[in-house]
Design a protein around this ligand. Structure first.
Ligand SMILES: N[C@@H](CCC[C@H](N)C(=O)O)C(=O)O
Length: 277
């Protein structure tokens, strides 16, 4: 079975093209666990499957490295757009991609035939508590308290199709990231678990983010997380509506526009291709 390895700012994925595996029954959750294993597999934060769509130009499914299937993946969908364009599976620009979070519109920035970057219309942020879902107080759930490992943190809950818990921190050196991240991920306030973003505000146009992802743990970047962080920063009156988010793997430009849609711009990068034996 042939595969491609790609990454979006170090958030890395094994890509399987449905057409390469279509004649076989595939248990994607089990396959994701095997392929994404860092020692016994190819290694990846997730498995992305390229599928045909009846309602869009192509369909993306994403599986976390623990086998769970999230609704959306921001870094994955930029890689997806580059892959389907380069393979000639989709030749329209902009293109429409069906995801678990709906149909999204993507613009490819192409120079001399090469996809240099992708802008994704990530749609409207979801702030209704029951839809995120979060059992927190208020609507939107902004600056609420969460008790974790004997400490209280203030969080803002946002869904970008998938759930995010955004926590603003003054200083990473006092944060026990490795313990607090997974404790919030599995906190009873979040019935479908959550991704967790720890955010430092650098200025009204810049954020720094460390992320603990649902089903994958610490990653070098999270596209939906960067969008959720930008929305949370506006809701908490900390930034303008257009920000650069600095992640361990690189930068994303996030704009929460006046049409209430969030736009994410960044790269999708090839690593290698191979055959799974
Ligand atoms: N890294 C992704 C998000 C992947 C899914 C996430 N772990 C979840 O379970 O919701 C991104 O770039 O958005």
């Amino acid at each position: 079975m042939e595969f491609i390895k790609m990454h979006g700012l170090g958030n890395d994925f094994v890509f399987l093209d449905y057409f390469a595996v279509s004649n076989v029954e595939v248990d994607y959750p089990e396959l994701a666990k095997k392929l994404c294993h860092r020692q016994f597999g190819i290694g990846g934060d997730g498995l992305v499957v390229v599928l045909p769509s009846k309602v869009a130009d192509a369909r993306m499914r994403i599986f976390n490295q623990d086998g769970s299937e999230p609704e959306m993946c921001g870094n994955g969908i930029r890689c997806f757009a580059r892959y389907v364009y380069d393979q000639g599976i989709v030749s329209t620009n902009p293109m429409l991609v069906e995801t678990g979070a709906g149909i999204l519109k993507l613009n490819l920035y192409i120079n001399e035939g090469q996809v240099q970057g992708v802008q994704v219309d990530m749609g409207e942020p979801i702030l209704r508590a029951d839809l995120i879902p979060v059992l927190g107080e208020g609507e939107p759930v902004v600056g609420q308290s969460i008790e974790v490992l004997g400490q209280t943190y203030l969080y803002t809950a946002v869904s970008m199709g998938n759930p995010h818990c955004v926590v603003f921190v003054e200083d990473y050196s006092t944060l026990d990231f490795e313990h607090v991240g997974p404790a919030i991920e599995k906190h009873p306030l979040f019935p479908r678990k959550t991704n967790v973003e720890f955010i430092q505000v650098n200025s009204s146009r810049e954020l720094t983010m460390k992320v603990w992802e649902r089903g994958a743990g610490p990653t070098l970047a999270c596209g939906t997380g960067a969008c959720a962080a930008a929305v949370a920063a506006v809701l908490n009156n900390k930034t303008e509506r257009a920000v650069t988010v600095h992640l361990p793997g690189g930068d994303l430009l996030i704009e929460w526009d006046t049409d209430n849609h969030v736009y994410m711009t960044g790269p999708g990068t090839y690593v290698f291709k191979g055959e799974w034996l």
